[in-house]
Design a protein around this ligand. Structure first.
Ligand code: FEO
Ligand code: CA
Ligand code: CA
Ligand code: CA
Length: 595
């Protein structure tokens, strides 16, 4: 009967057991095959991966490091043949480079501790890192039931931290976007820290620029006009050595260069020579992703998280409408529209507040002289509107079937008890939560909607954690730190995580299938788990949802891992091959829908 049916999960795969070991695991009846690994050829003439003798030129023709977002763009509408687009978020020098890192004993506060110390950089190592960042576009197809890369695919492309890009939209050419190397303020090289992303209805690839601060070094005077906004973004973060070899990453020489990062980048994958565009209309912050939906009236709506403790959830609504019959007509939709920031009210109302120069407090007197100024300082504009400070907004995913939108809030260890609110209800939120937005009448352009907490994460068997998984959720089924997610062709939610490990939750990261409807709402099941040290990224389906693309990021990065001693040698398990981040492709044995 109907009532009983509602209590049954929408997923019928057999859940796997949690655990921590050197390899990946997928539910019974499924294959999880390695599709692309760091160093794999992207072109027919790419050099073979030679980890002991890697060069910047080799890396620029090979699959990059730390695969994160994965998207699939079908060719000629074929669900079994298309372009795979993959972000390469960051690099781990200590496990990428041979003879570079060492374990040293250090004495701190009278206590001895072991840490990993990096060796000295040279320009080649920095340039390998730069070439290992960015993105990959590669043709793939299913042959005899198995996916494989097409190395002579005419669309294959590597995008790196050195690829020429155009700055477009309201901030293009603005004085604050001009540098000594580019007085036009229109031309920038490269994209970095591309965490999540998106693909558009017109078949373009979006890379979100997230933790851009770490790439900038040098020092800046506190009375410099850019100092405050840069500080808010943590610039210069100094996590990389790039500024020692490339002046543009040194804020004391080219302070405006950092204003040219922190955007969403759009790539026309159908022209491998196209110049990617940084779409400034979508704002500048630590962009996690840019997932989108074509609204019923044709406007296109993009959802973006700003991944920092106490930062915001955004959406962007295009002024123009999507034209299904004319691809070219859509190519600059992202240059014109309205950016909104979310205010979650205690009564369950969600107000989307427009970030438009001249409106409300967003005036020249308050430091927003133009829309360009406002967009470069998006966080300050959102502060001025009183948007809700969230627990690290990551992927924000619309569900076109239901009009709902899922917001991954990964954690916030710094939220104090007197800072909790209804949308961020736990102090020292170690395990994160998921908010479900219901856009009014399924209209994704709505400026007044409803919201609810779908899940508070963490171990439901420990009362103090305050987790809210359903009682049908097993000991394997709960998780912490939701990060990215995907909606399959049936409108079901799949969540990937970042930060589960032996210490945090006694399990690795993985993919959990989460029920959102009926009595099963809040029930979660473990479908896939990663090898030790890794984070789960990527998740996305092909259009028929019989293929699930997953990205295993920073495998082996646990404890005192180095190139010589990673925590696992996944996925090759060869003594002379380092641990390698890789894209995994999951299919059902015998075919059929995943899950
Ligand atoms: Fe790259 Fe938001 O984590
Ligand atoms: Ca994360
Ligand atoms: Ca997603
Ligand atoms: Ca992540």
């Amino acid at each position: 009967d109907e009532a009983r049916a509602e209590t049954i999960s929408a997923f019928d795969f057999k859940e796997i057991e949690i655990g921590i070991d050197e390899t990946h695991h997928v539910a019974e009846g499924y294959d999880a095959d390695i599709l692309l690994r760091w160093g794999d050829k992207v072109f027919a003439d790419s050099p073979d991966f030679d980890p002991m003798n890697q060069t910047p030129a080799s890396q620029a023709k090979q699959f990059g490091y730390n695969n994160d977002y994965v998207g699939f763009i079908p060719l000629d509408g074929n669900p079994d043949h298309g372009l795979l687009v993959v972000n390469h978020e960051y690099t781990n020098a200590e496990i990428m480079f041979p003879n570079f890192a060492s374990v040293v004993k250090e004495t701190k506060d009278g206590k001895e501790a072991e840490t990993v110390k990096l060796g000295d950089y040279n320009k080649d190592l920095v340039d390998i890192e730069m070439a290992a960042h960015g993105g990959t576009v590669i043709e793939i197809r299913k042959v005899d039931g198995k996916w494989q890369p097409v190395l002579d695919g005419k669309y294959n492309r590597r995008i790196t931290a050195d690829t020429e890009m155009q700055i477009s939209g309201p901030a293009a050419g603005h004085a604050r976007m001009q540098t000594p190397s580019d007085p036009t303020g229109l031309k920038v090289f490269g994209t970095v820290n591309n965490c999540a992303g998106g693909i558009t209805a017109w078949g373009t690839y979006l890379l979100a620029e997230e933790n851009i601060n770490g790439y900038f070094g040098g020092e800046m005077a506190e009375d410099h006009p850019e100092f405050a906004q840069m500080k808010r973004l943590g610039i210069p973060g100094g996590q990389y050595e790039w500024s020692k070899f490339h002046d543009r990453f040194d804020v004391s020489t080219e302070p405006n260069e950092s204003n040219r990062f922190g955007w969403v980048v759009e790539v026309d994958v159908m022209d491998p020579n196209s110049i990617p565009k940084k779409r400034t209309a979508l704002g500048r912050f630590k962009h996690e992703g840019a997932e989108s939906v074509v609204n019923k009236d044709g406007h296109v709506v993009f959802y973006c998280g700003d991944d920092e403790r106490f930062d915001y959830v955004y959406k962007f609504v295009t002024t123009g409408k999507y034209n299904a019959d004319d691809r070219a007509a859509n190519m600059d939709l992202l240059d014109d529209g309205t950016l909104y920031v979310a205010k979650f009210d205690a009564d369950g109302t969600l107000e989307w507040l427009p970030l438009v120069q001249g409106q409300g407090p967003l005036t020249a007197e308050n430091g927003f002289a133009s829309q360009a100024d406002l967009l470069i300082n998006t966080r300050f504009a959102a502060d001025a509107l009183g948007a809700t400070k969230m627990d690290r907004p990551e992927d924000v995913q619309p569900n076109v079937k239901t009009g709902k939108v899922y917001v991954m809030l990964t954690n916030n260890s710094k939220r104090k008890a007197d800072q909790i609110d209804s949308a961020n209800p736990r102090a020292e939120n170690a395990f994160g939560h998921i908010i479900e937005i219901s856009e009014t009448d399924g209209d994704f352009t709505s400026t007044k909607s409803k919201w609810d907490v779908l899940l508070k994460c963490g171990d439901p068997s420990i009362a103090d954690v305050g987790a809210s998984f359903s009682t049908a959720t097993t000991k394997n089924g709960w998780f912490g730190m939701p990060d990215n997610c995907a909606i399959d062709a049936d409108g079901r939610l799949w969540v990937s995580t970042d930060g589960n490990n032996e210490k945090a939750t006694g399990r690795t990261d993985g993919i959990w299938a989460v029920d959102t409807d009926g009595d099963a709402r809040g029930t979660s099941k473990l479908f896939f788990r990663v090898p030790v040290g890794a984070e789960m990224c990527g998740p996305s389906f092909n259009p028929t949802s019989d293929t699930f693309f997953l990205a295993v990021q920073h495998p082996g990065d646990a404890g005192l891992a180095t190139f010589e001693n990673p925590a696992t040698r996944w996925p090759d398990f060869k003594d002379d091959m380092p641990v390698r981040p890789a894209v995994v492709v999951v299919t059902k044995q015998g075919g059929g829908r995943i899950g």
